[in-house]
Every structure is written in structure tokens, then in C-alpha cells.
Design a protein around this ligand. Sequence first.
Ligand code: GAL
Length: 361
Amino acid sequence: MSGEVFRPGELWLDTDGVPINAHGGGVLCHDGIYYWFGEHKIEGPAGNRAYVGVRVYASTDLYRWTNAGVALAVSTDTTSEIVAGCIIERPKVIFNRRTGRFVMWFHLEPAGAGYAGARSGVAVADAPTGPYRYVGSLRPNAGVWPRETRAEEKRLLTEVEFAAIARLKLNGGPHPEFPRDLIFRRDHAGGQMARDMTLFVDDDGAAYHVYASEENGTLHVSELTDDYLRPAGNYVRIFPGEFREAPALMKREGRYFLFTSGCTGWRPNALRVAVADSIWGPWTDLGNPCVGAAEEMATTFGAQPTFVLPAVAQPGALIFMADRWCPQNAIDGRYVWLPLAFAGSRPVLAWHAQWSLGGAF
Ligand code: GAL
């Protein structure tokens, strides 16, 4: 892809003529420059693990991207949590006006343990392109009950309850006996599970970490501390037991919109969007915003959401960013960027084989 046009799903070359390698990504706009951060994937199925790190590209027009290097490199130190071969997914970067630092969060799975870790990694830098210094990882909100937890729920699980959950062999997807309101209590002491994630900075500078928690059954919206480095201990559970992931959060005319996919691994499924007047909810499900053929609507045009990007040069223009995964040759995963339109106050997403900012909005 080149020139002033987006071609969703097509090979997209950087300004050196090399395919862009920034999967599960997000974009930060800082001082008039866009920075696209994403997972650098290598060839073959090994590419589903991190052997390079988080790559960053820079652009002023959103069509042409220049490779700005590896923002966060994996480590060669085998005792490091981000050693080559670990899993680093869905990196997002936000800028903290108070500290003047760029803060990256990502889903981290320590090497060799599949997706059981369910941790969040944090890294910081003084310049947008890095290099980012790894700060550490955590499971959010250890010892903190979610907002609106009922008094009778504020107790740890019994051994019998623990054992009953273990017997279910939860695997990150829907389960007929999923214990909707037990998992957050099981994880109260050690911290909440956090897999697919995004970050969002509100107009007042408060930042939020949104992550698939509770064995992927429930999403959490969790405020960050003023320096954006830790959870502030203020969070809410949303869509308990509904198995939504791949969150992308945006704000329009004072309302929050949260896009999510279902949990079917690398295979695409139907998109859903929810709206709320407060980030704490209540969140109202608006259903599937995709319009098109049945297959397109059932698979989000063959892709899974990762971010919604406001194109600042064109007020109101929003780009829906998604990944068309290719797990057998991970580096060949494609980017599906589509114009996010609104019919009144409802988001609408339609397929465009080719489009540009001027033409689509
Ligand atoms: C998807 C998730 C991806 C990755 C994948 C692994 O559901 O959105 O980020 O974790 O599962 O199977």
C-alpha cells in the first residue's frame, strides 16, 4: 500500500518498502506526529511469541509510515520477564503530561507458560520512540475490591470453591458452567488476570487500563495512578461472564464507546460496541456495528479490533484499527483500518477496499 489511500487487508509497506510489522497495535499522536506501536512478529508460528519486541513507526499523514526502530526490545537475559520467547501482546503507549514521560503497557506472558500468567507489563521512555525501559509486570488491583462489590461478596473463596473452579479447566473461552462472580474473588489477593488490553486517556488527563480479566470472562476498566505506572485501585467489572476481549475505547461528544470481540483465539468473530455516559458505566450494549454481508458481519471483516484512532488533522474522523491474524505465519498478519462512521449516535462500520480520509468522512 502506498500513496494517500488505505487498503485494508493488503500488504502495507513502510517508507523503506518493508511490510509494516506492528500487530495488535495502537497509535499515539504527539506534537503533530503519529506513532504506531505494535507487536513485531517473525515468520512461522514462532512469531506468535516475542523475539524482537515492540516496534514503532512514525507518520505525519497516517498513510506513509517510517520505521522508527524497536521501542521496547526483548531481553537476552534469561532471568528477565521479557526474555526472547515470552509473549508480548497489544502494546499501547500514552503520554503523561505531568511527568513528561511516555508510558507503555502491554499484555505479558512469561516464557514457557502459555497464557496462564495473564500479566500486564509496563515500560517508560523520555522520547516517544524510546528506547523504553522495562519497569516490571503486575496483575492489577491486588487486594482491591471492584467498585460496587456487594458486602456479602467481599470474602475470599473457600477451598471447596477454589477446587470447583479448578475442575472446570477454564481455557479462555466461554464455558457452560462459568462461575460468573467467583473468579475476581479468587484473584483478590494476588491481583486480577489481565490479557487483551488497551489504554485510554480522558480529557481531564485521567488514564484507564481496560483488560480482559477473570479467565477472559469479564472486562475490567481500571484507573491508573497520576504517573500512569500503576493501577490506582479504582475499577469496575463490565459484561461479567460474557467473554469479550480485544477492547478498543474511544470518546465522542462526551460519550464513551467500547468495541470488543468475542473470545475465539486468532479466529475472527462478531464485533460488539457498547456506550456509556460515564466510564464507570452503566454500559449499554449497542450490538454489532458492522454492516455488510453476513460473513463480514460475523467476522468483523475477518479481523479483530485493536484501537480506535482519532485522526486529529480531520476533526471527527475516526479510524477503526483491527488485525487479520495469520497464526501459522504470524509476520503475515494484516491490518484492517476502516473509517468509523456514525448514524446519529450509533457507530457504523462498513467495508471499503480502498479509502482515504478526505473521501470517507
Ligand atoms: C486472541 C487475542 C490475541 C492473542 C490470541 C492468542 O483472542 O485477542 O491478542 O492473545 O488470542 O490465541
